[in-house]
Design a protein around this ligand. Structure first.
Ligand code: RP5
Length: 160
């Protein structure tokens, strides 16, 4: 598996599924797992520390509320970590976004948009990172972008 998709709770899956769907579309292999920074802290450390030696190249981490999972995963691995702020009930994901984005200098998390667009783009960005060393994935991304553009150019009428 090239990409590890982790999330703080099963309740994050409807959002994080969009990252998995994007990777499916681009034919990039991935695994999914619930790993909570707060409820399973030892599992988080084990997962992130072992990821590189297991062949994972990029980690996508989604969490909501006090969203410490992406930052803590990044603290335990040299792999690139992409953070997805899950839309929370209380604060609509503003809390998740600010928890993920304000990393201290020296430990990086690439933070995406709140919610499903962020999750899909995390999948896309993970594939783009892998594509720098994989011509097959690069071809998939270029085809995806062409199809997306053609769909708009071929049907510009907003009423149909
Ligand atoms: C976070 O708390 C999870 O990432 C989730 O977004 C949020 C709520 O979790 P549940 O109470 O639904 O399990 O850790």
């Amino acid at each position: 598996m090239k990409v590890g998709i982790i999330m703080g709770s099963k309740s994050d899956w409807p959002t994080m599924k969009h990252a998995a769907d994007m990777l499916d579309l681009l034919n990039v292999s991935y695994e999914t797992k619930v790993v909570s920074a707060h409820r399973t802290p030892h599992l988080l450390a084990e997962y992130a520390e072992a990821a590189k030696d297991r062949g994972i190249k990029v980690i996508i981490a989604g969490a909501g509320g006090a969203a410490h999972l992406p930052g803590m995963a990044a603290a335990y691995t040299p792999l690139p970590v992409l953070g997805v702020p899950v839309q929370s009930k209380a604060l609509s994901g503003q809390d998740s976004l600010l928890s993920i984005v304000q990393m201290p200098k020296g430990i990086a998390v690439g933070t995406l948009a709140i919610g499903t667009a962020g999750a899909a783009n995390a999948g896309l960005l993970a594939a783009q990172i892998l594509a720098t060393h994989d011509d097959t994935i690069m071809a998939s991304i270029e085809q995806f972008r062409k199809t997306q553009t053609d769909n708009i150019l071929n049907n510009p009428n907003p009423e149909v």
